[in-house]
Structures are given as structure tokens and as C-alpha cells.
Design a binder for this molecule. Structure first.
Ligand code: SAM
Length: 248
């Protein structure tokens, strides 16, 4: 049926695509992608024919014109599939403006969900999963990065960051200094040949990378702030004050 279909693509291994995602790509009237080449290749791998359709490039920043064309197709009653280069669209990837515009115009907006590096990493990190905060990419400049980390310091859940191999050591160092030397995990090249998980404290992970830099795609996860435990002395004073208050 007519509507906007967000389609998740693999984050490494090509076979991590869902059967429904392939169905949507096979049947959509219009196919749009953040990266047309990688989607064409993925469709080739899985034997999904283009059948006279061409893949339209779309990025939230490609301007209102590109978005208007996709919205016009929806207005015409067509189905539009949209995929980003890897993983879930909209997750540190384009699609948000398109999603809002389509929903505001009253179109069906739905998703063929699939892998995302954030949840894959959370599954493997060995850190609590009951509550987590996806913080995406930190700013590049160290000053701005530290400021953002200060804002995140009190979040009561596991923090999830996307990182680049070039600056991950510097980020881990900033994290250790601003957040304290918390337990953390570095998840690299998930679902690929050189998948690797390092579980250690922030400072130790930073030192390891300073000694031997790594390549590839990286997710960093950091344990939540553990509130200062109340000391016996404080408890004693607090109890005394409370009891005195009650006896008045
Ligand atoms: N939309 C994608 C998702 O759902 O995960 C994320 C796109 S974002 C532009 C790319 C970043 O995701 C990379 O820089 C890296 O931090 C992370 N990432 C993507 N694939 C990964 C993988 N296989 N292993 C580790 N991190 C990955």
C-alpha cells in the first residue's frame, strides 16, 4: 500500500537484512537512499531486481526539492522505500525531516526494522541494559566534547556513543576525565570479520588505543553514574536530625 517505508540495512554482514526489508525493496514504487551505490549493491547481492526503477538519492540536507519529490510520489498514492547506508535510518543517519513531513501530510509512515550498531553493541558490552541513553556522535572539538560529556554525566543509564577510529582515544581520555574512570566497552566492526569487544575502564581503554590505534567502525559504551554512597557519619547526622524534628 501507499506510504513511506523506512528500511533497515545491515551494519556489516550482508545477510543481516530481513525478508520483509527485501519484500519492501522489491515492491516499492520509488526507492530512495542515502547512498544509492551501496543500496544497489545490496539489492544485487540479494537478487532484488530494480525493474526500471532507479534509486533516488535522498539526504535531509539534499534540500526541500528532493523531499518534495518523494512527498509528491506519496501524494500520488505511490509507495516509497527509504534506506540509509547502514543500519536503521534516522539513527545517526538521515530520514528525520522526511519522516516528519510525510506524517504531517497524513501519509502512512512505517518501518521494516533491523540491525542498528547501538543495540548490537549494547547486547555485547556487558553493561546494564535496563536503561540506556543513545548520545550519537560527540562534537569533534575537545572543548565542545567535554561540555557535552558534562551534560551527560548524571544520566541514570548506560551511555552509548558512535565514534571514529581517528579520535576515539582522545574521546575516551576526555570521558575518563569528565565522567570519572567508569567501566566501559569498546565494540568494533560488529558483525564483520574483525569484530572485537574490549571491556575495561575508560582510562585503560584509552591507554590501550594510545599504544596501538585501531581501525574500523566503533561504538563506545559507558556505565552510568553511580551516586556517591551515603557515609555512616552522614546517615547518623541525618537520622538524628530527623528524629529531633519528629520529637518537637
Ligand atoms: N544508522 C546506523 C545504525 O543504525 O547503527 C548508524 C550510522 S552512523 C553514520 C555510522 C556509525 O555507526 C559508525 O561511525 C559507528 O560508530 C557505528 N557503526 C556502524 N556500523 C558499525 C559496526 N558494524 N560496528 C561498530 N560500529 C558501527
Amino acid at each position: 500500500p501507499s506510504g513511506l517505508y523506512f528500511v533497515a540495512t545491515p551494519i556489516g554482514t550482508a545477510r543481516d537484512i530481513t525478508l520483509r526489508a527485501l519484500d519492501v525493496l522489491a515492491s516499492a514504487d520509488v526507492i530512495a537512499a542515502e547512498d544509492t551505490r551501496s543500496l544497489r549493491k545490496l539489492m544485487e547481492i540479494h537478487g532484488v531486481p530494480l525493474n526500471n526503477r532507479h534509486i533516488v538519492a535522498y539526504h535531509d540536507h539534499s534540500g526541500a526539492g528532493a523531499r518534495a519529490k518523494l512527498l509528491a510520489a506519496l501524494d500520488d498514492g505511490q509507495s516509497v522505500a527509504y534506506a540509509s547506508e547502514a543500519g536503521m535510518p534516522l539513527i545517526a543517519d538521515p530520514g528525520y525531516d522526511l519522516s516528519r513531513a510525510a506524517a504531517e501530510a497524513g501519509h502512512l509512515v512505517t518501518v521494516a526494522p533491523g540491525p542498528s550498531a547501538a543495540l548490537a553493541a549494547l547486547t555485547l558490552a556487558g553493561l546494564p541494559t535496563d536503561a540506556f541513553f543513545f548520545a550519537g556522535f560527540l562534537p569533534n572539538a575537545s572543548g565542545a566534547r567535554r561540555k557535552r560529556l558534562e551534560e551527560l554525566a548524571a544520566v541514570p543509564g548506560t551511555l552509548i556513543f558512535y565514534e571514529s577510529p581517528k579520535r576515539v582515544a582522545a574521546s575516551l581520555r576526555d570521558m575518563a576525565e569528565v565522567l570519572g574512570d567508569r567501566p566501559a566497552a569498546l565494540c568494533r566492526e560488529l558483525t564483520k570479520k574483525f569484530e572485537e569487544i574490549r571491556r575495561d575502564t575508560l582510562a585503560t581503554l584509552a591507554t590501550g588505543l594510545e599504544d596501538a590505534p585501531v581501525k574500523g567502525e566503533i561504538v563506545v559504551l559507558v556505565d552510568r553514574h553511580r551516586g556517591d554512597s551515603v557515609s555512616d557519619g552522614d546517615l547518623d547526622t541525618d537520622l538524628r536530625a530527623a528524629l529531633q524534628g519528629n520529637s518537637v
